[in-house]
Write a new protein. Structure first.
Lengths: 176, 101
């Protein structure tokens, strides 16, 4: 009983540290005018999310988050940023008049709807546990599911990745 | 005190909102892409929260597939971006207006 409460306390502490960090890094990514800083702040955000995944007993997805997102995808982003050059400043002139205030208003409306639904208790549920589903390890459980119920989706994902790689090659080829 | 699913879902909603605002406000195509990644990640957080609430791994597998699709999307999207940049030497989403009526 004592061990359970101390684990809950640890979860609370980690959540309190990571949640503001995730929100601040996301806000910084949107508000920063330098695209390279945006990319680096996004990496911070991805690491925070990996922490949440560990708290939510999704160790495999947390590892994939760090390796694929923070590793591969962000390196690709930075590579393209460097390739295109970062000297040209973003134009602050609005192409459509009043787009930015309208965007902020619409986003606030969306947030009000989402948070309102949460506060109204649409998704109220007991904090369940994956202890039973994770018997023998989280990686084993995910793998078992991936190669039984989701085999077709798994193969389709493989084909999708191959097609994407070929498409990127064709797009990147210099036209004669 | 316990961290319930509500806290994670609230955080996920906040991150999604920030991503939406970024896509609508920013004009640099690469940053717009990053905001899309942020939104995908926010939804992944919801998936994994619901996986824990329901006591089943299926949500985690779905989050895994979302990551696969995000990787494919980024590869093709950045390829298109580089191709456009070669033609117009600009990464702004406002400069691509050939189909404008």
């Amino acid at each position: 009983m004592l061990a359970a409460t101390s684990a809950e306390q640890a979860e609370l502490v980690v959540f309190i540290v990571l949640a503001p960090l995730a929100v601040v890094s996301a806000l910084g990514m949107v508000l920063n005018r330098n695209a390279v800083y945006s990319a680096l702040l996004l990496v911070v955000n991805f690491f925070c999310l990996a922490g949440f995944y560990v708290l939510l007993e999704a160790q495999f997805v947390a590892a994939v988050q760090v390796i694929v997102y923070a590793g591969a995808i962000m390196v690709l982003f930075l590579f393209v940023l460097m390739l295109l050059g970062i000297g040209n400043e973003e134009v602050l002139k609005e192409t459509i008049k009043g787009q930015r205030p309208a965007a902020v208003l619409l986003t606030l409306g969306l947030l009000v709807a989402l948070v309102g639904a949460l506060l109204a208790g649409v998704f109220d549920a007991e904090p369940g546990s994956l202890a039973q589903a994770n018997t023998g390890g989280n990686v084993q459980a995910v793998g078992r599911l991936l190669f039984t119920r989701y085999t077709f989706a798994f193969e389709a994902a493989g084909i999708l990745l191959v097609v994407a790689a070929v498409g990127a090659l064709v797009l990147g080829k210099r036209q004669p | 005190m316990r961290v319930g699913p509500g806290a994670y879902l609230l955080l996920s909603a906040l991150l999604f909102g920030i991503g939406v605002a970024g896509v609508l406000i920013r004009r640099n195509a690469i940053v717009v892409f990053m905001c899309i990644e942020l939104m995908l990640n926010a939804v992944n957080l919801s998936f994994i929260t619901f996986a824990k609430t329901n006591g089943s791994i299926d949500g985690q597998v779905l989050a895994f597939f979302v990551m696969v699709v995000a990787a494919a999307e980024v590869v093709v999207g950045l390829g298109i971006l580089v191709a456009i940049f070669r033609k117009r030497s600009s990464a702004s989403v406002d400069d691509v207006n050939l189909l404008k009526g």
